[in-house]
Write a protein that binds this ligand. Structure first.
Ligand SMILES: Cc1cc2nc3c(=O)[nH]c(=O)nc-3n(C[C@H](O)[C@H](O)[C@H](O)COP(=O)(O)OP(=O)(O)OC[C@H]3O[C@@H](n4cnc5c(N)ncnc54)[C@H](O)[C@@H]3O)c2cc1C
Length: 383
């Protein structure tokens, strides 16, 4: 058991693993990552839908996507690990004039950041996704370069390369305390002993508020249950079926294997750590899904599960140093779109720790301090 570390990372999902890798790659090798679970990636990182998109409503999220997706494109060559990046396109379908107006503004912002998204009318939606019932749909937005990535490949690439570069990633080991003194981090208490350190990164996804509390810090990150179902094979399903989102119902579909993965967010779900499948919501979801995508009527359910979004008041992550506690940093609260931003987030955290400040992207809009001055408009494209 290592008793000192330059950096201790708490949490072994995509954020922790990416941060460990980027620190080691920049030469900081005395890094210890702690993961409660028996394996890495058993939290949200192992339970998500694998979606990757540029279509966001805030400049900083669009930039996080641009940086992350470029890193995914180079991943196999640089990391010796396939991540299965598949550009099937994301089609947002809208049935409210107010949403269409907001999406026009979002697309204009995306275009200004060099993203080739566009507004589409119902006729074009019908040709992009003829399988979908368009009742009530008045328009939408489309980006052909959005798509899917393999969450496990992404995580394993960071895990194996972090280890190869000298970082220590421990499973079955929880952070149970963060000792502070004079507003400064001194050590992390774990289930297997104590590690002296000056720098701690909270990367505990939906559990991040609990980990923050170990240091007496309040983090506004709530766990919210989200469910997914995957069908068995659907004969004739085309390989390039896009990622389709019925925005007002928070209902989505994409091709998974030879079937369809579908999710639907319950916007009334209370915060909590329950990850059992909600049978009532399951029924509601499947009925709505069959209405929108009638080919589901003949499909059987092959798998279903629930995981946790890690939600902040403005649906944007909290990144960087915490002003109230020297040596304490956060990389959490990605509000349901963190897998795709994991590559960029880890790099930015390594810069913040080793260079004093993240520079590749300006993360000021994502710093904890924004909540002190009242929550401003957050991310709109949340599913
Ligand atoms: C149903 C669903 C669908 C999603 N779809 C998408 C999508 O399509 N695209 C996308 O980009 N994102 C998606 N997401 C969101 C994405 O999965 C998360 O944003 C991302 O995985 C967060 O990663 P993380 O590393 O912050 O958290 P996690 O993967 O949850 O990792 C945190 C880890 O911290 C560990 N931990 C907690 N407390 C401690 C402690 N005290 N000591 C040690 N370890 C601790 C946990 O065991 C856990 O493994 C989805 C999420 C869900 C639930």
């Amino acid at each position: 058991m290592q008793t000192t570390a330059d950096v201790v990372i708490i949490g072994g999902g995509i954020m922790g693993a990416s941060t460990a890798y980027h620190l080691a790659r920049k030469g900081c090798k005395n890094v210890v990552l702690l993961e409660t679970g028996e394996f890495l990636g058993l939290g949200s990182t192992g339970l998500n839908a694998g979606g990757v998109r540029y279509q966001f409503a805030t400049a900083v999220n669009i930039e996080l996507s641009k940086l992350s997706i470029a890193m995914m494109e180079r991943f196999a060559a640089e990391m010796d690990q396939e991540v299965g990046l598949r550009r099937c396109g994301y089609l947002f379908m809208l049935d409210q004039e107010a949403d269409l107006a907001q999406f026009r503004a979002n697309v204009a912002l995306q275009n200004a950041h060099g993203v080739a998204s566009r507004i589409v009318d119902a006729g074009e939606i019908a040709s992009l996704a003829p399988e979908v019932d368009l009742t009530g749909i008045i328009g939408g937005s489309w980006c052909s370069l959005d798509g899917l990535v393999d969450p496990n490949g992404l995580l394993q690439g960071y895990v194996s390369n972090a280890r190869r570069l000298g970082a220590t990633l421990r499973t079955n080991m929880s952070a149970t305390g963060i000792d502070v003194d004079d507003n400064r981090v001194r050590r992390v208490v774990t289930s297997a002993g104590t590690i002296e350190t000056q720098t701690v990164v909270i990367a505990a996804g939906p559990w991040s508020a609990q980990v923050g509390a170990l240091a007496g810090v309040e983090l506004p990150i709530q766990p919210i249950r989200r469910q997914i179902a995957v069908t068995d094979e659907i004969p004739g399903l085309r390989p390039d079926f896009p990622f389709v989102i019925d925005f007002s119902q928070a209902l989505y579909f994409h091709r998974e294997g030879r079937g369809i993965l579908t999710g639907m967010s319950n916007r009334d779900e209370p915060p909590g750590f329950n990850t059992s499948v909600d049978d009532d919501w399951r029924l509601h979801h499947i009925e709505r899904a069959m209405e929108r995508l009638p080919l589901l009527a003949d499909a059987g359910i092959a798998a279903e599960w629930a995981g946790l979004y890690e939600v902040t008041p403005d649906d944007q992550p909290i990144l960087g140093r915490l002003p109230q506690m020297e040596g304490l940093l956060v990389c959490a609260g990605f509000s349901g779109h963190g897998l795709m931003h994991g590559p960029a987030a880890g790099l930015l955290m390594a810069e913040e720790i080793l260079d004093g400040r993240a520079t590749t992207i300006d993360i000021d809009p994502l710093r904890w301090g924004r909540f002190e001055s009242g929550v401003s408009a957050g991310e709109y494209n949340v599913v």
